[in-house]
Ligand binder design. Structure first.
Ligand code: PRP
Length: 220
C-alpha cells in the first residue's frame, strides 16, 4: 500500500502586485520576457486579477501607490514599485532588485528666475509630503507642505506654491509650463520588493524570479 501522504503535494502560489499605468506596462513586459506571462493582462478590459496555473502565479493590478501596502501586509508575496513610492511610504519589505525601468528623478522645480523667500516657510506643493519634509529637513529649511494629487506644475504658475517636489522624466511638462529644476533629490526606477515572511518561506521561488528578471534587466 502506498502512503497517501506521498501523493500530497503542497502547491505554493506566488501573488504579485503590479502597478497600474505607465510603469506597470513596462514592468509587465519585463516579466513576460522573463517567462512570466498572463493571458489577457494587456487587454483593454477592467479585469484586475490574472492567473497562470502552469507557473502557480497570480498577479493583480493595483494603484502604484498601493503596491507596498499589498506586499507589506502579505496579500502579495512580491510587487513591482517605483522607488519614489518606497521612499515616500517606507514600507517594511525587502527591496531586492533594481529593474532599471521607468527611470526618472525626484526634483524640486520652480518658475524660471525663482528666488527663495527666506523670511517665511517655503510653500511646497507635492504628492510626496514625507520626501519633501525629509529633504528640506536635511537643509534646515522650514516648509509649508501643500498636498495635491497631480498636475503639480500648476501650483507655482498660479502662485499656490513657491516650488513643487515632483517626478521629472523627460522634462517636457516643466518646460511647457516655464518651470525648471532647481535641485535633484533622488534618482528613481522600478524595484522588486518582497514580503518578509514570504521571502523567508518561499525564498527559492522568489530568488528564481529575481534571477530571471535580473537577466532581462542586463539584456535591456
Ligand atoms: C508625472 C509628473 C510630471 C510628469 C513628468 O505626471 O507628476 O507631471 O509626469 O514627466 P515629464 O518630465 O516626462 O514631462 P503624470 O503624467 O504621471 O500625471 P500627473 O500630473 O497627474 O501626476
Amino acid at each position: 500500500m502506498r502512503c497517501i501522504w506521498a501523493e500530497l503535494q503542497v502547491i505554493t502560489v506566488i501573488n504579485v502586485a503590479l502597478p497600474k499605468g505607465r510603469l506597470g506596462h513596462k514592468v509587465y513586459e519585463m516579466m513576460a520576457n522573463a517567462g512570466y506571462s498572463f493571458d489577457g493582462i494587456t487587454d483593454k478590459g477592467r479585469r484586475l486579477v490574472f492567473v497562470n496555473e502552469a507557473l502557480n502565479m497570480r498577479c493583480f493590478w493595483v494603484k502604484p501607490f498601493d503596491v507596498p501596502v499589498y506586499v507589506e501586509r502579505g496579500t502579495a508575496d512580491i510587487g513591482l514599485a517605483g522607488k519614489d513610492i518606497l521612499m515616500e511610504r517606507k514600507p517594511d519589505v525587502y527591496e531586492l532588485l533594481d529593474l532599471h525601468a521607468g527611470k526618472c528623478k525626484m526634483c524640486v522645480a520652480a518658475v524660471n528666475g525663482f528666488h527663495d523667500p527666506i523670511e517665511r516657510p517655503l510653500k511646497v506643493a507635492t504628492e510626496f509630503p514625507n520626501i519633501s519634509r525629509e529633504y528640506y529637513g536635511s537643509l534646515g529649511r522650514e516648509i509649508d507642505v501643500i498636498e495635491l494629487r497631480g498636475s503639480l506644475e500648476l501650483a507655482p504658475v498660479l502662485g499656490l506654491s513657491d516650488v513643487i517636489v515632483d517626478i521629472v522624466e523627460t522634462g517636457t511638462t516643466l518646460r511647457e509650463n516655464n518651470l525648471s529644476v532647481i535641485a535633484t533629490i533622488a534618482e528613481l526606477s522600478a524595484r522588486l520588493i518582497a514580503n518578509k515572511s514570504a521571502y523567508k518561506f518561499n525564498g527559492g521561488i522568489i530568488s528564481e524570479i529575481i534571477r530571471r528578471l535580473a537577466n532581462d534587466t542586463d539584456n535591456a
